[in-house]
Design a protein around this ligand. Structure first.
Ligand code: IMP
Ligand code: MG
Length: 183
């Protein structure tokens, strides 16, 4: 029995739907990159769940690397400025880089990150995001692989947290108002 279950208002994407989509995305990536090797770059912490399952559906040589970033306050966040708390271990020069994201919301974090990574001269730089909230991206972003377009609701599970909880749910859902701590 899932201990968090009473906090969930509704399930938006079931475990089976997510896993089926990751098989599709993995097959597409396997075809697109043919016999090249890829460096998967994950942004901590949310991306680690998607990354683990997506990678097992890609039939190519893969290496993994992670970045940790933090945005400052709400004001700075809207400018898209983020601070790198942990940088990559890999040198990206000449490497095929695929950034794996759990969710693209405003897109500001990703925009900043892509600019930063592009400056390191990778052979290619693409993005695979499991979720994209529709109609609210503040910046123009070319996301090569998108799992699901979802409505603009706050979701948890499958790597996504509220106050660091719920990342381990195998599905994606919304929270009951009481679970936000308001009562
Ligand atoms: P963006 O810069 O607005 O695109 O924010 C992206 C980051 O915000 C994601 O990587 C998540 O960590 C977080 N985020 C955005 N929407 C949600 C959500 O619905 N649930 C949980 N985290 C979210
Ligand atoms: Mg978060």
């Amino acid at each position: 029995m899932q201990v968090y279950e009473p906090d969930i208002e509704k399930v938006l994407l079931t475990e089976a739907q997510i896993q089926a989509k990751l098989v599709e995305m993995g097959e597409q990536i396997t075809q697109d990159y043919a016999d090249r090797s890829i460096l998967l770059v994950g942004v901590l912490k949310g991306a680690f769940v998607v990354m683990a399952d997506l990678a097992r559906n890609i039939r190519l040589p893969i290496e993994f690397d992670f970045m940790a970033i933090s945005s400052y306050g709400a004001a700075t966040r809207s400018s898209g400025v983020v601070r790198i708390l942990k940088d990559l271990d890999h040198d990206l020069d000449g490497i095929h880089v695929l950034v794996v994201e759990d969710i693209v919301d405003s897109g500001l974090t990703l925009k900043y990150l892509l600019k930063n990574l592009a400056a390191r001269k990778p052979a290619s730089l693409e993005v695979a995001a499991l979720l994209r909230k529709v109609g609210i991206q503040k910046v123009d972003l070319d996301i090569r692989y998108v799992g699901f377009d979802i409505p603009n609701e706050f979701v948890v599970g499958y790597g996504l947290d509220f106050a660091e909880k719920y990342r381990n749910l195998p599905y994606i859902g919304t929270l009951k108002p009481a679970a936000y701590g308001g009562g």
